[in-house]
Design a protein around this ligand. Structure first.
Ligand code: SF4
Length: 465
């Protein structure tokens, strides 16, 4: 093995980027790279970028300005620092990144991570390397597995990518252009990775994908398996106690997936199901392929399957053409569903998407005012949901020490952070906690002797506005 070199990966954006960053580190570990928590002493700096938020590319260029200063300072000390840009901005900008930021040695898109060692060698040989192809080979088959030590260092909860890309083409979204069309990993590849994680102490797995419930990976029988069937298989892995999946599209909530919320005790009673708007007119302009009624029907069926289910969502406010009436429909949908939380953003055009070409853009001040009203409604729903947990006993998977000595922090089945006084030996374990206090973003509680049971047996937690 070559001499150890230090690797610093900075992840922007979604959980899939965090997962990708880890797999890059795993792939580079056999080549002598060890991760460091700071860019200051790194030999290789990778910015794993996200294109979802406004001005994403500009933010990457300003970050690259800071990285260039580090690289120059290292060069003054006779040390070479390699700078790489990965992720969706790399995919979208390609060569342009090296033209605008000459300190960058390597640009590579999300489908090229498994070729990272070869790309670094090429960049060293040729001075620069750019790889933003959508290759036909399956990168997951070529990515190195994490070591048991690396898995343990990352804790008891893990994300596992099972699906990438999207064929939906919502008119506001860049994902179909930066991540390409839908690809699903084979069932055995996913299950093999999760067995490895479970052996090293992982207790909770979240299956992730840009449109995860469109999963259709090849099963061991050679047929395409649905996400529900994959979840059933993963639930059989010894040591895995909790399952989640994200992010789902309402159009792809098939019957078997809804039934899995009734039939799989390990599937946590929490689901992120983006709706974006409550107005059919706006949903059609967004090319969402579902109506308000479709969404509400899916919610009703999910709650019939799992009465304790807590729902979170995503909203875009001020999409081109959104009227005050359309926005009122969004507010009424929030009231009707009773979300336990949601992300909401003002619409901002992404270059290259149909939404950016629409002529009836909404005034910024109107968007800001609507966003404030929406966030107030969402916050009220979340506060009500959390208040209704007071006095209840929830299973908590403890993840790490809390801020105060003797305290641990974990997650409830509903993904709420929960703090409790507990021995460090409970890190990585699930324990029953009675909730005694509610703060704005977390719950506080005390260990109880209550036997550990499936979360849904605690009875419904209503958001009832
Ligand atoms: S379904 Fe999601 S990822 Fe796909 S285009 Fe729509 S918003 Fe983007």
């Amino acid at each position: 093995m070559s001499q150890a070199r230090k690797l610093y990966v900075k992840s922007f954006g979604c959980q899939m980027n965090v997962y990708d960053s880890r797999r890059m580190a795993d792939t580079l570990a056999p080549h002598g790279y060890v991760e460091t928590g700071t860019p200051d002493d790194a030999d290789l700096i990778i910015l794993n970028t996200c294109h979802i938020r406004e001005k994403a590319a500009e933010k990457v260029y300003s970050e690259l300005g800071r990285v260039r200063r580090l690289k120059d300072a290292a060069a003054d000390d006779g040390r070479r620092v390699v700078v790489a840009v990965a992720g969706c901005v790399a995919q979208a900008e390609g060569e342009e990144i090296i033209r605008r930021a000459p300190s960058v040695d390597l640009v590579f898109g999300p489908q090229s991570y498994h070729r990272l060692p070869a790309l670094l060698a090429r960049a060293a040989r040729e001075g620069r390397a750019v790889d933003t192809e959508f290759p036909a080979d399956d990168k997951f088959e070529h990515l190195a597995s994490p070591s048991a030590a690396a898995i343990r260092a990352r804790g008891a909860c893990a994300f596992v990518t099972v699906q990438e890309g999207c064929d939906k083409f919502c008119t506001f979204c860049v994902v179909p252009y930066t991540r390409g069309s839908e690809i699903s990993r084979p069932v055995q590849s996913v299950v093999g990775e999760i067995e490895l994680l479970a052996d090293a102490g992982v207790r909770e797995v979240t299956l992730i994908g840009q449109n995860v419930n469109a999963y259709h990976g090849a099963g061991p029988d050679g047929r395409a398996w649905s996400l529900a069937r994959l979840l059933g298989e993963v639930a059989r892995v010894n040591g895995i106690e909790r399952l989640r999946y994200t992010t789902s599209h309402p159009h792809d909530m098939e019957d078997d997936l809804i039934a899995a919320h009734r039939d799989l005790p390990k599937l946590m009673p929490q689901l992120h199901l983006p709706v974006q708007s409550g107005s059919d007119r706006v949903l059609a302009a967004m090319n969402r392929r579902h109506t308000r009624t479709d969404y509400l029907n899916v919610v009703r069926r999910l709650r019939e399957a799992c009465p304790t289910l807590a729902l979170t969502s995503d909203f875009i406010v001020g999409f081109p053409g959104e009227s005050e009436n359309d926005f009122a429909e969004t507010l009424s949908l929030v009231a009707e569903v009773g979300f336990s939380g949601a992300f909401s953003f003002k619409y901002s055009p992404r270059p290259g998407t149909p939404g950016a070409e629409m002529t009836d853009q909404v005034d910024e001040a109107v968007k800001s005012e609507r966003l404030q009203r929406l966030q107030n409604a969402i916050d009220d729903g979340q506060a009500t949901f959390n208040r209704n947990c007071l006095g209840r006993t929830l299973d908590v998977l403890f993840e790490r020490p809390g801020r105060h000595e003797g305290q641990l922090v974990g997650r409830s089945p509903y993904l709420q952070p929960v703090q409790a006084t507990a021995p460090a030996s409970l890190i990585g374990e699930i324990a029953a906690v009675i909730i005694t206090e509610i703060a704005s973003n977390s719950l506080f509680g005390a260990l109880t002797r209550a036997p550990q049971t499936a979360a849904r047996q605690y009875g419904p937690v209503s958001t009832g506005a």
